[in-house]
Design a binder for this molecule. Structure first.
Ligand code: AGP
Length: 611
């Protein structure tokens, strides 16, 4: 989704803005722009459709645009096609205001009609342009007064950055339902969509909350609450990861770097939470009483996080003997869910900013549920609005296709399962210790898979030209198949579906024909034979079979499958953590062989902050 960066300081702003935007590229975008003010040129706006490099070339890396205050933006098109005019910053008719925006102004049509009736000329199809014109409309010499009126008038979600040519010694930011952070420096300050854009310059940040407005000058930042402009004291946070964590570090793609980081990320996530043979979840304030009375456990998430939820359902139901409902966040909020004050909502989100997930969280809380979230981005909105939060210590994830966040979310699910099961008394000492010991071996087992990545590369070379690929599995193998299928389709653009293997014969098997690739997941030992019956069914209809199983069943599977990759044996509950790795690698190598833009797949955004 759109990325915002604003700088006010003593250095030339344009190169800093371009650099910041390059750090936000991972969010997904299709055009970019900057606005910089200088005494000589006034407010200078340069925008371009396409990659940031196009914009950078236009201004020779920023050398052509002078001034020490400015705004930059990468736009992920929602209202209006990707184009130069629709790119941000959007500018008021009198050229006084430049505006960058992330979110959607929902009542923009109505506002546009009113303004057009008053003679205002619009140049873009964006919803954002109404903000620039409204600022001009309400402006009587006081920018804050004008902005307050604008915010009162617009509906929807926004992270806004505003620069006014009359007050070039300040930048203004406002937020409602779209993320915005402030970065504090010595003689300079930043606003940005996330910390990656500013970490090169400062680690001292704060998170703007809904309904807040910030005024940035070179010497400080003052935050106010809307609409009465009462000063707000913000809590500062120190970013504790290195900038190298958000760089490729010698890898061709962030996705491969992040796949390779999984052993460490998994270990970092579980190790501090296992002490003296027990799971210790600091900060989690859910006791036996609540768990005993819990009437429903919802897991709410989108995309890959939802797939973690699918795997979690099998794990948590088995460990807790409570029924678990996994719901897509975009459906939850509109399905009139049954929620009471005895309901627990487990919300899963890497970014902590996914708007559907956030809205579902708010709905769950409104209805009385207690919310426990699993989040990667520290200080994100979902983390801050949850009753309890458990962070995945995966470090920044840049590739659009999630890998290490998926793995670490699963790790936290296992910890929660063991922790709750012990509190509920639904697990015996021996089983508890057995799973916990095996959990600590998972990072090494992932490492062993990664050391054999060339085997997956070879399999990808056999199948990368297939037009349609099915993933089949049963139980947790089905849940992992869903993730394998999503990974493949999002970065390689091959049509792919995941099916519960037993469901094939109820319709989908009609699509199987000679040359269709079926990725058969048969790692869940209990159902190995059943799955293999489904494999025989599709093979006899001409499908090519790429099998995934455990080392102990490899020879059995090779009797039927064309090609088999085996993961180390482990406790059945933990299999998804191993199975997913070859599927991530398979998607990666297939996409690479098809020449796809792996880290920035078409039409996708890393953090989906619009509904
Ligand atoms: C995964 O590869 C996707 N990019 C996507 O499905 C993602 O998992 C989804 O948008 C949810 O994001 P979140 O975890 O940040 O909420």
């Amino acid at each position: 989704m759109c990325g915002i960066v604003g700088y006010i300081g003593r250095e030339e702003a344009a190169p800093i803005l371009l650099e910041g935007l390059s750090r936000l590229e991972y969010r997904g975008y299709d055009s970019a722009g900057i606005a910089v003010w200088s005494r000589e040129d006034g407010l200078r706006v340069v925008k371009a459709k396409g990659r940031l490099q196009v914009l950078s070339d236009l201004v020779h890396g920023g050398a052509d645009v002078h001034g020490t205050v400015g705004l930059g933006h990468t736009r992920w098109a929602t209202h209006g096609e990707p184009s130069d005019v629709n790119a941000h910053p959007q500018v008021s008719g009198d050229g006084r205001f430049a505006v960058v925006h992330n979110g959607i102004i929902e009542n923009y049509v109505e506002i546009r009609e009113v303004l057009e009736a008053k003679g205002v000329k619009f140049t873009s199809q964006t919803d954002t342009e109404v903000v620039a014109h409204l600022l001009e409309y309400y402006y009587r010499g006081d920018v804050m007064e004008a902005l307050t009126k604008v915010l009162h008038r617009v509906e929807g979600a926004y992270a806004l950055g505003v620069i006014c040519a009359d007050c070039p010694d300040q930048l203004i930011a406002a937020r409602k339902d779209s993320p915005l952070i402030l970065g504090y420096g010595d003689g300079f300050n930043f606003l940005a969509s996330d910390v990656t854009a500013v970490i090169k310059y400062t680690r001292d940040v704060c998170y703007l909350d809904d309904g807040e407005i910030a005024v940035l000058t070179r010497d400080g930042i003052q935050v106010y609450s809307h609409p009465y402009l009462l000063p707000v004291e913000k809590e500062h946070h120190q970013v504790n990861w290195e900038i190298s964590a958000a760089e490729k570090g010698g890898y061709e793609h962030f996705m491969m770097k992040e796949i390779m980081e999984q052993p460490k990320a998994f270990r970092d996530t579980i190790s501090p939470r296992i002490q003296n043979g027990r799971v210790v979840l600091e900060g989690l304030d859910i006791g036996e009483e609540f768990l005993g009375d819990m009437d429903r456990l919802y897991i709410i998430a989108c995309g890959s996080s939802y797939h973690v939820g699918m795997a979690a359902k099998y794990t948590l139901e088995r460990l807790l003997r409570k029924s678990v409902e996994v719901t897509l966040a975009s459906e939850f909020r509109y399905c009139d869910p049954i929620v009471t004050d005895k309901t627990l909502a487990l919300v899963i989100s890497q970014s902590g900013e996914t708007i559907d997930t956030l809205a579902a969280l708010r709905e769950a809380r409104r209805l009385g549920a207690r919310v426990l979230s699993i989040v990667n981005v520290v200080g994100s909105t979902i983390a801050r609005e949850s009753d309890d939060v458990l962070y995945t210590w995966a470090g920044p994830e840049i590739a659009v296709a999630t890998t290490k966040a998926y793995s670490t979310q699963l790790a936290v699910v296992y910890l929660i399962g063991l922790y709750f099961a012990q509190k509920l008394g639904t697990i015996g000492r021996e089983e508890y210790t057995g799973i916990l010991d095996e959990l600590q071996r998972i990072p090494d087992k992932i490492q062993r898979i990664l050391e054999r990545k060339e085997e997956i590369q070879y399999a990808a070379s056999l199948y990368f030209n297939h037009a349609s690929i099915f993933f089949i599995g049963r139980n947790i193998d089905y849940a992992v198949g869903m993730e394998g299928s999503l990974k493949l389709k999002e970065i390689s653009y091959i049509h792919s579906e995941a099916y519960a293997a037993g469901e094939l014969k109820h319709g989908t098997i009609s699509l199987i024909e000679p040359g269709t690739l079926v990725v058969a997941l048969a790692s869940y030992g209990k159902l190995f034979e059943k799955l293999m019956s489904n494999v025989v069914e599709v093979k006899s209809r001409g499908a090519d079979i790429l099998g995934l199983t455990t080392e102990s069943r490899k020879a059995d599977m090779e009797k039927t499958a064309d090609h088999v990759f085996a993961v180390p044996d482990t406790h059945p509950m933990l299999l998804p953590s191993l199975d997913v790795v070859p599927l991530q690698l398979f998607a990666y190598y297939v996409a690479l062989m098809r020449g796809c833009d792996i880290d920035k797949p078409r039409n996708l955004a890393k953090s989906v902050t619009v509904e």
